[in-house]
Write a new protein. Structure first.
Length: 479
């Protein structure tokens, strides 16, 4: 069966319009869902982190220790008599700390749009979490109630300090929830986890209404546009512009690269606006050919320029002798740390390292051996602090910035660094200029004491010079 150009045009317009509308609707639904999920994940993590930081950690530890001890003493009752098991925890609610903690939880809960805020403890050996205190006004979970640790949270077993990153669950007991938890620290110990549950049901209902509304509006707009397009194409464009349409539809990426000639091959002689349109399209085609040719050349030049700039930036931040970052790079990191201090998010330490007797090495063996000694010290530093940035800020001075896991393990890492230095210094088989020693000074950022990174640097620098004086008294120069 043959169809007229009008029918084909109408069918094409309708199909394209509805396909594009459907694709737009599907994309909008996916975007909306992703945004909603991300928002509530981030929201739950922010609330749990806030709760963990403001709740009384000492009272939390008292309750958590009581629940933990009671659980271990009575956990065999879990599979025998649940009521008897829970009755063992009844005394928890009589503690003054329980009322105090519950009030704190409810204050946070009332100020945030969440379903439930509560405290739990982790029982690693059983892969379970146990409720300590629930801030819910109704149907609150009693102290001692046990939930399994989901497999997605097994990373806690290796590193309890990471808490519960936001995750979505749908269980018969609690429904569809976004849950997250942050550790409540008492000193360096984790007393409990501040947990937050947010229901997704109401959010999905709102999202569904929005999708239905969007679909209705999109459907009506699509119908209107289809009618208008069909009318315009049929009355004004379909018959005389078929040749131009075919030429435009046949454009491809290959044409752009090799030179477009679709319109140049046309020879329409109508003597009206259609012929003028053809001539304009031919001129446009020639201009585009020239434009794309110039653009390809410019793209190659731009790529080369970007590579050169990237290489120059890298070299500008790298110390030529050691290959580690230089003073310029350290100044950049200092600005970043200053910003974290202003945001009240700073947790870092600075390690100062200064080589001893570099002048004697240069005088006795030459500056080339002095450079070898500097590179040897830099190698020991980089090996000891493999996940921290190392900077050479002077001739024989280095700075290491310790953050995150390296900050937490700083004492262990510094002790290992000292051990490597001592072992290197006592190595009789090494050349004299390789048996280096160095003074070390370390300081951490302390809130309400340090105002800038420079304050921390001065403390580390002072500690380093004190260490250098002590070393010069006990370790004579053997060079």
């Amino acid at each position: 069966m043959k169809f007229s150009l009008r029918k084909k045009t109408i069918l094409m317009i309708v199909i394209i319009a509805f396909v594009l509308s459907g694709a737009a609707l599907i994309c909008s639904i996916a975007v909306i869902r992703a945004m909603v999920n991300d928002y509530y994940r981030n929201h739950s993590e922010e609330i749990s982190a806030t709760m963990a930081s403001v709740i009384d950690s000492n009272e939390t530890k008292v309750l958590a220790d009581s629940v933990r001890n009671t659980y271990h003493e009575n956990k065999e009752l879990l599979n025998q008599d649940t009521d008897a098991y829970l009755s063992c925890f009844s005394y928890i609610k009589e503690k003054p700390e329980f009322d105090s903690i519950r009030k704190q939880l409810r204050i946070i809960q009332d100020k945030n749009d969440v379903n439930c805020i509560y405290l739990t403890i982790l029982i690693p050996e059983d892969k379970k979490i146990v409720y300590v205190c629930d801030g819910a006004y109704e149907d609150a979970c009693e102290p001692g109630i046990v939930d399994p640790l989901f497999e997605m949270n097994y990373a806690l077993l290796m590193d309890p300090s990471i808490g519960f990153p936001a995750y979505v669950t749908d269980t018969p007991e609690y429904g569809w929830l976004v849950t997250s938890g942050a550790p409540v620290f008492c000193g360096r110990d984790i007393a409990a986890y501040a947990m937050v549950d947010i229901s997704m049901i109401d959010v999905i209902r709102v999202q569904t209404r929005y999708v239905i509304f969007s679909f209705s509006v999109l459907f009506i707009v699509t119908i209107i546009l289809c009618n208008f397009a069909v009318y315009y194409v049929y009355r004004l464009l379909v018959r005389p512009i078929k040749a131009l349409t075919d030429a435009a539809v046949n454009y491809s990426v290959g044409d752009i690269k090799t030179g477009m000639n679709k319109f140049s091959s046309l020879n329409i002689k109508t003597g009206d606006e259609i012929e003028q349109l053809q001539n304009a399209m031919k001129q446009m085609e020639r201009d585009l050919n020239e434009y794309f040719s110039n653009m390809i050349e410019a793209k190659e030049e731009l790529r080369y320029t970007k590579e050169e700039v990237a290489n120059m930036n890298r070299l500008a931040n790298v110390d030529a002798l050691t290959g580690v970052r230089n003073k310029r790079a350290y100044d950049k990191e200092t600005k970043r740390l200053e910003e974290s201090i202003q945001r009240d998010e700073a947790h870092f330490g600075l390690l100062m390292v200064d080589m001893n007797y570099l002048k004697n090495i240069n005088d006795n063996y030459g500056h080339e051996k002095g450079d070898i000694a500097i590179r040897k010290l830099c190698s020991i530093i980089c090996t000891s602090f493999s996940h921290s940035p190392v900077f050479r800020i002077g001739g024989d001075e280095f700075v290491v910035i310790l953050e995150k896991d390296q900050y937490i393990k700083r004492d262990e890492l510094i002790a290992g660094f000292r051990e490597k230095l001592d072992k290197n210094y006592l190595d009789d088989s090494a050349d004299p200029w390789e048996r280096i020693s160095a003074a070390i000074g370390y300081a951490v950022y302390t809130k309400d004491v340090d105002i800038t990174v420079e304050d921390v640097f001065k403390k580390a620098d002072y500690a380093m010079y004190e260490n250098k004086k002590e070393m010069k008294e006990h370790i004579p120069n053997s060079l």
